[in-house]
Design a protein around this ligand. Sequence first.
Ligand SMILES: [Zn+2]
Length: 217
Amino acid sequence: MMLMIRVIIMDNGGFVDLSHFGAELMLAKTLFEYGARTPVVCALCGIKRKTATRIYWLAQHQAPIKGMLPWDPHWIGRSTINNLHASIFLGLIQDYASVRANGTEFGLQFCNAYALYCRIVAHNPKPCSREAGFEHHRVLDINRAWQLTRQFHASALHFATCLCCQARFLISRQEDQHAARCPVCENKTGSVASKHRISRPFSQNAGKTLAIRLDRY
Ligand SMILES: [Zn+2]
């Protein structure tokens, strides 16, 4: 349902009627509250930077943060935690956001997916030390979530199914989808291998290459 909210703001001594921007205004305000930067808000709400800046001023009573957006095309490969959080969020995008949605409709779906991601990670009963270092365990900033969504829609990122645990996880376009283990299972394998390497001489491990991937060491 289209929200019809009449907002009148001062503009150089005059008034600007923004009533037809009701849905965009509410969405922009919510995105700003999640920490979205102005370019992300403009893209998701279909509004101009000047309008977004005014909304930020009205909501936060200060100028929006300036500077570059976070951009690292290899972010999901930097750590297991990064991949896990990106997989949670983009899984929600894949399941609940329509590729046919456009304009504010997609902006709302994106915002709802991020809100749901925040609720999911906030209830993590055993956050690792890195997750605990983020407010409400939100390792994935909303601006990076937007960048990852663009990568996903550009097919630079894909979902693969883990051969061990059947979990859905992200891989880059260059990686093989059919011979994949999720980062958690990769880490488990690494941990097991490390324990064996510590407790046994190499000669005893040499015959266990099926269970221990020695080529990784
Ligand atoms: Zn797995």
